[in-house]
Ligand binder design. Structure first.
Ligand code: UDP
Length: 255
């Protein structure tokens, strides 16, 4: 076997390990910081390492970044709602620049694509351009959400997932997945390994904000919720049961 054929074989056998080859990873802003600090260098490096490992396996990865470490519009009741959301979207741009910088330093090809005009720093989102970049192995980092107030970055993640045609939307959080109640407040909260969209609705489980959830449901786009700081992204990509899968399939399967 010549060298290039061997290389191809190696790549495809690695790729074959993947359950999900094209994914959108929604990173909550909180994951970039820690209590008392907007940004935590160790957490950011850890996230970048996760993405590097996923790319090494051949996965196509796109990112949507939130801003919970800086500002969420709904949490600033004293500000005009629309202004607060504009601040929230702007905060996601800061997070996106930081992630882009850390990923580039780690050798990843990435670029930020913004829902709001931010000339000279980020291109405005263009579906065709980002699909091409993504298909070629680049990592688009979507910032400024949908570009509209009154939405969240979960909704932006659902939208961009459909636009890129990914296999799954992975929601990276600080909790292990979807529970029957908030596990921090209820010690007897039940963890769900698999759920259907219908089950999630009937049990009133807040998997994502409702607009985002409905987009995923309508388009049959599975959602995977897991704890990024605890489990490797590679485990999710290769189908290991580390979080909660919400899909059209379903049947509740408790841990
Ligand atoms: N936001 C918005 N429109 C969008 C996406 C986000 O107005 O399409 C604002 C909103 O105020 C939101 C904030 O940006 O609270 C940060 O996003 P999010 O709350 O989703 O961040 P996360 O909780 O994922 O860190």
């Amino acid at each position: 076997m010549n060298r290039s054929a061997a290389g191809k074989h190696k790549t495809s056998s690695r790729y074959n390990k993947l359950k999900y080859g094209r994914v959108l990873l929604k990173i909550s802003g909180e994951l970039l910081g820690r209590p008392g600090a907007l940004f935590d260098q160790k957490s950011i490096s850890y996230i970048v390492d996760q993405i590097i490992a996923g790319r090494r396996l051949g996965a196509r990865i796109a990112l949507v970044i939130g801003a919970g470490n800086i500002l969420r519009g709904r949490e600033t009741g004293w500000l005009d709602k629309v202004d607060a959301d504009t601040c929230g979207m702007t905060a996601t741009i800061i997070n996106g620049i930081i992630l882009q910088s850390a990923m580039s330093a780690g050798g990843l090809e990435c670029r930020i694509s913004s829902g709001l005009r931010f000339d000279g720093i980020a291109d405005r989102f263009s579906r065709r351009r980002e699909v091409r970049f993504f298909d070629q192995g680049g990592i688009p980092v979507f910032v400024a959400g949908t570009g509209n107030p009154l939405f969240t970055t979960d909704t932006a993640a659902a939208l961009r997932s459909i636009e890129l045609g990914v296999d799954i939307l992975i929601k990276a959080t600080k909790v292990d997945g979807v529970f029957s109640a908030d596990p921090a407040k209820h010690r007897d909260a039940v963890f769900y390994r698999r759920l259907s969209f219908r089950e999630a609705i009937s049990k009133k489980l807040g998997v994502m904000d409702l607009t985002a959830f409905n987009i995923c449901r309508e388009h049959g786009l599975p959602i995977y919720v897991y704890n990024l700081m605890k489990f490797s992204l590679v485990k999710v990509l290769t189908g290991k049961p580390v979080g909660t899968l919400v899909s059209n399939g379903g049947k509740i399967n408790d841990r």
